[in-house]
Design a binder for this molecule. Sequence first.
Ligand code: MLT
Ligand code: MN
Ligand code: ZN
Length: 294
Amino acid sequence: MKLRILGAAAGGGVPQWNCGCGNCTDARAGRIAPLTQSSIAATGDGSRWLVVNASPDIRVQLAAVPALWPRELRGSPLVAVALTNGDVDHVAGLLTLREKTAFDLFATPEILGELEANPIFGVMSPDLVRRRPVPPGALFDVAGLEVESFSVPGKTPLYREAGEVKTEEVGEMTVGYALRSGGRTALCIPGCAAITDDLDARLRSADLILFDGTTWENEEMPRLGAGEKTARRMGHMPMHGPGGTLERLSGLTARKVFVHINNTNPVLQPESRERRLAESAGWEIGFDGMEIEL
Ligand code: MLT
Ligand code: MN
Ligand code: ZN
């Protein structure tokens, strides 16, 4: 199996259009690498590709990878998209994939329902873009991979929030995918609010995890003045602190890579103390173009 991180950033990217934080400023000045928004490509046969999440940056992401270029007048090695949630950073790129090429669109019935409820997604004509409802627990084969969908604690998309928001809901709104080929398992979990027992067992038997790296600490955005919400309110586990990813996922044998990294996260600075701490806990910081062969 081959995987490629098309975009390692969380929603907004690095730099984010309206953000003057240290990381965004450094990315504009070329001092740190810019990052596009959350997407991962994978193949089990080296020819057909599954893309996990269609980010708003998908047009430039596909253009940057020769393996994903068309091989004929019209067509694409991208044969399927699988969604982990209905957030804008994971679905807006579907609008770019509208130019009359067939592919399969895998998502839970609830997430497909969110797309269905919004007529703009009708531009992906249903006769070409086949909606494939896959509830958590479903197994399917695509791009030479055996794929399993599983529930991950999370919340409803921001644009659907109303009243009191449950941030650690286990159901159909947030999922991860296990990708299997040649006896190896990769887990794609770009958004995760908490580690359940079920998730813990999966993580412990995987060979590779691509995991939610949104923020370093829970209070990161409020502390910086970049926003009011904590990581946990946004449905994301912070890396550091009590119950954070570094603590919860110590002792895994899998290769561990952070993806969906917010532009405020200090691990994006190569010389930072936070980066050193994450790396000494065995984590790699994902970047656009990162290739992994399993
Ligand atoms: C998130 O991951 O928290 C969302 O992408 C936020 C958003 O919709 O902007
Ligand atoms: Mn996101
Ligand atoms: Zn920023």
